[in-house]
Design a protein around this ligand. Structure first.
Ligand code: PGA
Length: 210
């Protein structure tokens, strides 16, 4: 199966013009693109559109939140759940993340569950989701995880999830270090933050692994 590359733009770029420029330069790669909520509408329709977070209720008095149905309505297919920055800055617990996972699946979205530790995988994790292993210390630091260490983690995750779940690596991936995570450590794809904001770098990264 072709490696699955997910671009997590986080809170970037600064304006819609920048988002459209970046999108137009990378859309031919067929990567999953997860822009901030406010740019989703202007990037749709795109077959591999994803959001960076979701709330678990369908609708109601939840100021500032976005429901799974709203994401579906915008044409999203994927949603990142439990990113370490959400766990750190917004105190998301495994319990909260589990509710989000269930709601996303129920609405027909494919969740990309981010974990830095195997203990963060909910018991009986569904057959449909994707897991991204991202060691916290490797995110946005320029210090990617040692490929052999990452492979060990992949194998231990593999043992506890259903066999159809794809497992991605994330954490300071760039065009120079990406290939071994796929070709050597056997990951099914990558979750890319910083390097997905530079169109040339991102296209180069994808060329190296496909
Ligand atoms: P990074 O981010 O590639 O900038 O380390 C990865 C992520 O947070 O998903």
């Amino acid at each position: 199966m072709k490696p699955l590359i997910v671009a997590n733009w986080k809170m970037n770029p600064e304006n819609e013009k920048g988002a459209k420029l970046l999108f137009n330069a990378v859309k031919k790669t067929g990567a999953v693109i997860c822009p901030p909520f406010v740019y989703l509408r202007s990037l749709a329709p795109y077959k591999w559109l994803g959001a960076q977070d979701v709330f678990w209720e369908k609708e109601g008095a939840y100021t500032g939140e976005i429901s799974p149905a709203m994401l579906k309505d915008l044409g999203c297919k994927y949603v990142i759940v439990g990113h370490s920055e959400r766990r750190k800055y917004f105190k998301e617990t495994n319990e909260i993340i589990n509710k989000k996972l269930k709601a996303a699946l129920k609405a027909g979205l494919t969740p990309i569950l981010c974990i830095s530790d195997q203990k963060e995988i909910p018991h009986g994790f569904s057959k449909k989701g994707i897991i991204a292993y991202e060691p916290i210390w490797a995110i946005g630091t320029g210090k990617a995880c040692d490929v052999e260490e990452a492979e060990k983690m992949r194998l231990s995750i593999k043992k506890v999830v259903s066999k159809d779940i794809r497992i991605l690596y994330g954490g300071s991936v760039n065009s120079k270090n990406a290939a071994p995570y796929i070709k050597q450590a056997g990951f099914d794809g990558l979750l890319v933050g910083g390097a997905s904001l530079d169109a040339k770098e991102f296209v180069d990264l994808i060329k190296k692994i496909c």
